[in-house]
Design a protein around this ligand. Structure first.
Ligand code: ZN
Length: 162
């Protein structure tokens, strides 16, 4: 029997030197991130946007997708320079109700984390980064009522296309 073909998805959130105890497990140091991307770049593997993962799976190309949840401003400061230098595509999943605002769905100091603005996202899209929806209000779809969660995808998609 042949092994099922797998396509790893590296899911990042914050790339930053400083973090909080609550967000430490979702934060990667910029130096460590640069090392990880350099190591990945040396592999014989295609880096694909998340939107191209099904096509890559269908052709069984050796591929990896790199994604960033939440759209923190530290992506532009600490991940963008590394990825563009190595010419690696990535996908950002943005909670569209928080574009240009702060991560107020989080608690304590984490709620102050700034989120990329519309102009930043347009700029990243022009540089070839894929922008996807992470819902509108960052509702946890596994614990919140279904009717709430179902109500958010359409507005989220239409605010991204603007
Ligand atoms: Zn998130």
């Amino acid at each position: 029997m042949t092994e099922p073909f797998v396509l790893p998805v590296l899911t990042y959130h914050s790339i930053a030197r400083e973090t909080t105890p609550e967000f430490a497990s979702l934060t990667v140091d910029p130096g460590r991130f640069a090392e990880q991307m350099a190591a990945l770049n040396e592999q014989d593997v295609n880096i694909v946007c998340f939107g191209d993962t099904l096509a890559a799976l269908a052709t069984e190309r050796r591929a990896v997708a790199i994604t960033f949840d939440d759209g923190f401003v530290d992506f532009a400061e600490n991940a963008f320079p590394v990825l563009s230098r190595l010419n690696m595509p990535a996908t950002l999943f943005i909670p569209t109700g928080f574009v240009g605002r702060r991560a107020s769905w989080l608690r304590g100091r984490d709620a102050e984390r700034p989120i990329l603005g519309a102009a930043d996202l347009a700029d990243l899209a022009r540089h070839g980064f894929e922008i996807g929806s992470h819902g509108r209000m960052h509702l946890a779809a596994d614990i919140n009522p279904r009717t709430w969660c179902r109500a958010t995808p359409a507005p989220a998609a239409s605010s991204l296309s603007r």
